[in-house]
Each structure stands twice: as structure tokens, then as C-alpha cells.
Design a protein around this ligand. Structure first.
Ligand code: 4NP
Length: 146
């Protein structure tokens, strides 16, 4: 597999973490896989990741501060070998747009669970749990499919 696109709703909380974690693992492996992330929604196009995602990533040695949100486009389904939805709602939206090469991140070691949407979390609490889940599923994904 040469390229992976991670997709959540806003592309400011969860999928930038997945992109940052994957990028770091890919650099360590040196396998040359390309990664990117996007959102199904358009509200946050051009914005940096949310503050708490930047902080939790930084606490874990991953700098995602320079990423900028974009909206997923049908062309992405041709450009990327694998489209990875962060939750079932993202999965359903991507399927409705015509994505075929589609999986859900939680299928990789988390029993198919959704990565919880932290956008409406109260403060920082919960972001550690979201980061840990994303990190473990992304590692599993890359070892199975990378
Ligand atoms: P994300 O979180 O999908 O993990 O980036 C969200 C970001 C923004 C919104 C919802 C979820 N929003 O409704 O604007």
C-alpha cells in the first residue's frame, strides 16, 4: 500500500492526530507510504488542528501544529489506496460519496469501535484516551496493511 487518507468530520480533532501518528511511524519504518487527512464537513477548511489535539500530540512527541483542515473530495478515492474513517458516521458518509477502498480505524485492534468525537468534550479530558486509541489502531493498521 502506497497511500492512506484518514477522514473524520471536521479534520481538526481526530484525523490530524491519526495523520501525525501515521507519519511518525512511516518515517521510522522508512516504507515511503504517503499519508494525509481530511474532513467530510466544510466548516473548518484551512484551520489548524484544535488546541487540545495539538497539545495531546505534542505531549506524545508528535507535532501536528502545521496541518491545515481540508474537505474530502471524490478524487481522493482514486488518489489514495486506502480511505480510513474515524467513526461509523464518517464511514457511512464516505460510502455514500462512492468510496470503495474504505475501512474504519477501529477495525484494527479495537473491535470495530468508533473513535469518539472529542469536539464537544469538556476541556482536555478525554483527549488522552482518544490519542491512545488512535495510536494503537494506526500502529495495527500499518502492521497489517503497510
Ligand atoms: P473531528 O471533530 O471530526 O474529530 O475533527 C469535529 C470537529 C468539528 C465539528 C465536529 C467534530 N463541528 O461540528 O464543527
Amino acid at each position: 500500500m502506497k497511500s492512506i487518507l484518514f477522514v473524520c468530520l471536521g479534520n481538526i480533532c481526530r484525523s490530524p492526530i491519526a495523520e501525525g501518528v501515521a507519519r511518525r511511524l512511516i518515517e521510522q519504518e522508512g516504507n515511503g507510504i504517503t499519508v494525509d487527512s481530511a474532513g467530510t464537513g466544510s466548516w473548518h477548511i484551512g484551520e489548524a488542528p484544535c488546541r487540545h489535539s495539538i497539545i495531546v500530540a505534542r505531549n506524545n512527541g508528535v507535532d501536528i501544529s502545521s496541518l491545515r483542515a481540508r474537505q474530502v473530495h471524490k478524487n481522493d478515492f482514486q488518489k489514495f489506496d486506502l480511505i480510513v474513517a474515524l467513526d461509523q458516521s464518517n464511514y457511512n458518509d464516505l460510502q455514500a460519496m462512492g468510496a470503495k477502498n474504505l475501512v474504519k480505524l477501529g477495525e484494527f485492534g479495537c473491535g470495530g469501535a468508533d473513535v469518539p468525537d472529542p469536539y464537544f468534550f469538556d476541556g482536555f479530558e478525554g483527549f488522552d484516551r482518544v490519542f491512545a486509541m488512535i495510536e494503537s489502531c494506526v500502529a495495527q493498521l500499518l502492521s497489517e496493511r503497510g
